[in-house]
Write a protein that binds this ligand. Structure first.
Ligand SMILES: Cc1cc2nc3c(=O)[nH]c(=O)nc-3n(C[C@H](O)[C@H](O)[C@H](O)COP(=O)(O)O)c2cc1C
Length: 141
């Protein structure tokens, strides 16, 4: 039974490359053994993350991530049972939102600043689909 969870949060401090590197490193180490795949978007004080995998594994990871003191205001945007993975190629792909072409974000929102808190989970997921289609997601070795 596969599920996908999408959430948004705010970084407690302005994210640094060291912080995101450390998050991506633990994701890679932990996710591969637990069959978790997904994508983490960050920038402008926002994290938008999709995690997918077995229901127990996704729920356990989410309850773990939610306690991480590096972020706050964690809100689930979508949770669904899925028949296939969307981000199966990444133990945790990543996207720097502040490096994106603003027109990609503008396509799905009123302003070029991404605000997943202000749009539906479907819209945020459509943005992730667009990031896939435009090859904006960077993988991990
Ligand atoms: C925005 C965000 C996303 C994260 N995503 C993951 C993830 O996908 N997988 C993971 O293992 N840890 C992730 N973490 C890190 C975990 O919260 C935690 O720090 C890490 O798993 C190490 O946990 P431990 O100190 O209990 O070993 C994320 C943290 C943040 C702030």
């Amino acid at each position: 039974m596969l599920v996908r969870l999408l959430y948004v949060s705010r970084s407690v401090k302005p994210e640094t490359p060291e912080e995101t590197e450390s998050i991506l490193n633990s994701s890679r180490e932990h996710n591969i053994g637990n069959g978790i795949t997904g994508v983490l978007c960050f920038g402008g004080g926002i994290y938008l993350q999709a995690i997918e995998g077995g229901r127990n594994q996704v729920n356990a990871l989410y309850t773990h991530i939610v306690k991480d003191p590096r972020h706050k205001d964690v809100v689930i945007l979508a949770y669904e049972e899925i028949t296939e993975r969307r981000f199966g190629g990444w133990t945790m792909g990543h996207v720097r939102l502040d490096k994106l072409n603003p027109s990609i974000v503008l396509k799905y929102s009123e302003t070029p600043e991404l605000d997943p808190y202000g749009v539906s989970g479907n819209v945020s997921f459509a943005l992730l689909e667009e990031l896939m289609a435009t090859a904006s997601i960077v993988g991990r070795a």
